[in-house]
Design a protein around this ligand. Structure first.
Ligand SMILES: [Zn+2]
Length: 87
């Protein structure tokens, strides 16, 4: 997986942006597929593994700050594509 980890502060910022994007895309076929993918127990397990391997927030790292990450971000929007999602 080549995603990014985020701390609570950056995660909140990211979620706000995602919320706006989701409001527009909520009903698209890709959004429906994404919901299925994130509901996959395999994703939940992979997310925890990724956070163990990338425990620090990528955005904070860029700023020279060390902060524990709380979530995983996909660099390439997967739009429900299984191959991209699991990258
Ligand atoms: Zn951060």
């Amino acid at each position: 997986m080549s995603g990014l980890s985020h701390c609570a502060a950056h995660e909140a910022e990211r979620q706000a942006k995602l919320k706006a994007r989701r409001a527009r895309a909520q009903t698209s076929a890709a959004a429906v597929l994404a919901r299925v993918l994130y509901g996959d127990p395999k994703w939940k397990a992979a997310r925890l593994t990724f956070l163990r391997q990338h425990p620090l927030c990528a955005d904070c790292g860029e700023l020279g700050v060390i902060e524990a990450a709380t979530d995983v971000d996909h660099i390439t929007p997967h739009k429900g594509d299984r191959k991209l999602f699991w990258d």
